[in-house]
Design a binder for this molecule. Structure first.
Ligand SMILES: Cc1cc2nc3c(=O)[nH]c(=O)nc-3n(C[C@H](O)[C@H](O)[C@H](O)COP(=O)(O)O)c2cc1C
Length: 320
């Protein structure tokens, strides 16, 4: 996979499922990360071809729960992001999906207590031996692009040291979120410290943090020297941020997202979460629209709310 000059959709739990990734790609994203999925969940999945939707589903054995859904159209751009604290389990999990995705990425930045208590996410940042073990195990045993995503450490020097160790494992690229574990999302991302990492590595660095307009992709690339730039919240609030032609109205993007969720039969909880995040940013959940989204239990409810009943009927009636 080529990591030069790419616009990258960041991993986002509950948001980065198939419809959202395809929407981002349609607007201009070159690489699209899926939401983080924990290795424990993936190892319990089996791969199934979903002939009705034309997708490849990874379904928890003995259940109907779709843990990860992808399709051929995104094969060369989708990155499967995994949460792990164990090299062998990470390998077993990666083996299940690696043929159907462009790359496997290890999350080393999540500061949530759920991740930290399992020794995953940002907990890995203080365990360089374990990082080495996980990444070299994946690199040696898989014929797949392997990458990882980190946050900044306490000092720029420590981040650079860790990044150099990661580079030695043979990963293809490193994504750096320009915040420290203790930083809140509203704290500004530190582009200078990302630049320090870029200056010390030969592999491509994907810079992440505080891209809110299309122009910010270029600004961040220039300021950090990074090969590519990744955006999370800017894409959640208006996915058309990837379009060089400028953003579309968020209402238009939201409706297109809902249509894609109907088309790909997305998990309704993920759809509602994502639509609500859009509404919180641009409007208010307490108004009629937000309340109606909250109350929606089915795609028919959402289709009615957004005037997409005809589309809903057309899609569902034409399924084989
Ligand atoms: C809703 C949401 C979910 C996220 N989930 C993940 C995740 O699954 N894996 C990950 O590495 N980072 C996750 N992040 C962090 C983003 O990928 C990104 O690093 C961070 O938001 C900074 O980028 P931004 O300033 O463009 O938002 C998430 C962020 C948001 C807003």
């Amino acid at each position: 996979m080529d990591y030069h000059n790419k616009l990258v959709l960041a991993p986002m739990v509950r948001v980065g499922t198939l419809p959202f990734r395809l929407l981002a790609a349609e607007y201009g994203a070159d690489i699209t990360y899926g939401e983080e999925i924990i290795d424990h969940r993936l190892v319990k999945c089996e791969r199934r071809l979903n002939e009705i939707l034309g997708t490849i589903d990874f379904v928890a054995k003995g259940t109907k729960e779709v843990v990860f859904r992808t399709c051929r159209a995104e094969r060369n751009m989708v990155v499967f992001q995994m949460g792990t604290a164990d090299a062998i389990r990470a390998l077993s999990a990666a083996q299940i999906v690696c043929k159907d995705v462009a790359a496997v990425d290890i999350n080393m930045g999540c500061p949530k207590s759920f991740s930290l208590s399992g020794g995953m996410g940002a907990a890995l940042l203080s365990k360089p031996e374990l990082i080495h073990d996980i990444l070299t195990t994946l690199r040696r045993n898989l014929d797949t692009t392997i990458t990882c995503k980190i946050r900044l450490l306490a000092s720029s020097q420590e981040t650079v040291e860790l990044a150099r160790r990661i580079e030695k494992t043979g990963v293809s690229a490193l994504a750096v979120h320009g915040r420290k574990v203790k930083d809140r999302p509203r704290d500004p991302a530190n582009w200078n410290e990302i630049a320090d990492v870029v200056a010390s590595l030969s592999i491509p660095v994907i810079a992440n943090g505080d891209v809110f307009e299309y122009e910010d992709f270029g600004r961040m690339k220039d300021a950090t020297g990074a090969s590519s730039v990744m955006v999370a919240r800017g894409a959640l609030w208006n996915t058309s941020i990837f379009s060089a032609k400028g953003k579309l109205p968020w209402d238009t993007v939201k409706k297109e997202y809902v249509r894609k969720c109907i088309l790909w039969d997305n998990d309704i909880k993920s759809t509602k979460y994502t639509v609500k995040e859009m509404i919180i940013h641009h409007s208010c959940l307490e108004l009629a629209e937000g309340k109606a989204v909250n109350k929606s239990d089915t795609y028919m409810d959402l289709a009615k709310l957004y005037g997409e009943e005809d589309y809903y009927h057309f899609i569902t009636m034409n399924r084989p």
